[in-house]
Design a protein around this ligand. Structure first.
Ligand code: GLU
Length: 443
């Protein structure tokens, strides 16, 4: 059974980068009939809030990436404690007493010598007297995981291919603070074991963490999951600006972006497959494959998203959007108005144009023409061809053509210069309203 997990920290809202990570985890699970879990990484009790956790859930619901199950790390502290004790008993973790300032000084000295900031493992050499002295001073230890320098780190990344890291070039990671709180690294590995996660899909900023966590899996006697590290997102000009990078579901909703459009874009950027308008996520899921992902950053372009959103809206069936349309708007109205929409909420404006009186700025020289149109409309047979019939007769009788023929009518009937095809709109406006509008414009 394939199990993936999306593991945001509820210290803020989801943004476009982690929406993409959530999506890829969800797609991989769906593609292989597996399970997609939400794990809330809320070990940081100060910065994690219930409100953020709720928003993350509702954002996932809006995106239709509903998890099969969810856990939160704050419910699992006792399990971490047990694993920690076992690792400690086996010598895989060790206490350290350096203060933040002392560590900073060590780093500066190394930097001064042109050396990388690798922790020197001084704490491993502390004898019981030294430890007792620190404790007597009131110092409490933080804890590091002891990397196994004799065991090279390697994995076959589903996106990046074979990866190698030399543990000697890495600092033993701090896994627990002096106040007993947990850092990200160890709880995540414990959860991946306990929840039987088979695939960890995350950004390439986690590549080094994976190296460290692989040694933690080994120390806990568990086989690691498979890893796929995706290249990060960049904006169209090269770097993901703060504004673009912090876009979340609320901002997309405000822009009128439909969740499926966002999904269609995020499923494909950074892969060798084209960004396509789709009617449902099935096509995206079927073609989802880590082998299609490139190593180059994925380009996220808001204008591309808006254009895709418009294209997808124009192919959306009535049934899909019926419950979000103004009361009274039926299939025919949706078909008439749909080609003019950039966002679904604009449908309401056009429906107002159909149903409510319009204000038409009419040029005096068009009054007579509109009076003629009103009289013709009053006598016309009101069917689907009514616009064609009326303009045909009006053209023949007045000699008007093109803009002169059509624009005064459109203005009088809709109050606007542009809009949906009048062939489809006029039957929706109906005879009574159309005649009244033409008459009042002519008056
Ligand atoms: N909470 C971590 C993050 O948001 C999770 C990383 C992971 O997927 O393991 O970066």
């Amino acid at each position: 059974m394939i199990v993936t997990r999306f593991a945001p920290s509820p210290t803020g809202r989801l943004h476009v980068g982690n929406i993409r990570t959530a999506l890829h985890n969800w797609m991989w699970a769906r593609r292989l009939g597996g399970r997609f879990l939400l794990r809330l990484d809320d070990t940081d009790r100060e910065r994690s809030t219930e409100e953020n956790a709720e928003t993350i859930r509702s954002d996932l619901d809006w995106l239709d990436l509903t998890p099969d199950d969810s856990v939160r790390q704050s419910d699992r502290f006792s399990l971490y404690e047990r694993r920690f004790e076992a690792l400690r008993a086996d010598g895989h973790v060790y206490p350290c007493y350096e203060s933040a300032e002392e560590l900073e000084l060590k780093r500066k000295i190394l930097a001064g010598r042109g050396l990388p900031p690798i922790y020197d493992r001084a704490a491993l050499a502390l004898n019981t007297d030294a430890i007792a002295a620190y404790e007597a001073e009131g110092r409490r230890p933080h804890w590091r995981f002891k990397l196994d320098h004799s065991s090279p780190i390697a994995w076959d990344d589903l996106i990046r291919g074979p990866q190698h890291l030399d543990p000697k070039l890495l600092s033993d990671p701090v896994i627990r603070r002096a106040d007993g709180s947990w850092l990200y690294m160890l709880p995540s590995a414990i959860d991946d074991i306990d929840l039987e996660v088979t695939h960890v899909v995350r950004g390439e900023d986690h590549v080094t963490n994976t190296g460290l966590q692989l040694q933690m899996f080994a120390a806990m006697g568990s086989a690691p999951p498979a890893f796929a590290h995706e290249a990060l997102l960049v904006g169209s000009e090269g770097k993901l600006s703060k504004r673009l990078g912090s876009l979340g579901c609320d901002a997309f909703r405000e822009e009128g972006i439909e969740p499926l459009a966002l999904i269609a874009l995020l499923a494909r950027i950074g892969t060798s497959l084209p960004v396509e308008a789709v009617a449902d996520p099935a096509t995206l899921i079927e073609s989802f494959d880590f082998a299609r992902f490139g190593r180059a950053p994925a380009r996220f372009d808001l204008e591309e998203l808006k254009a895709l959103n418009t294209r997808m809206l124009h192919m959306t069936g009535f049934a899909t959007v019926a419950d979000r349309l103004p009361a009274g708007m039926d299939d025919a109205a949706w078909e008439a108005i749909r080609p003019n929409l950039n966002r679904l909420s604009d449908a309401a404006d056009w429906w107002t144009v159909v149903e409510n009186p319009v204000r038409a700025p009419v040029a005096p020289e068009d009054r007579e023409y509109l009076a003629k149109a009103a009289a013709l409309a009053a006598g016309a047979d009101w069917n689907d061809a009514v616009w064609k019939t009326l303009t045909g007769i009006l053209g023949a009788e007045t000699g008007r053509k093109g803009k002169n023929l059509f624009l005064p009518l459109r203005l009088a009937l809709t109050g606007r210069e542009h809009g949906p095809d009048m062939n489809a709109l006029l039957p929706l406006i109906g005879k009574q309203r159309a005649v009244a509008r033409l008459e009042s414009a002519a008056a």
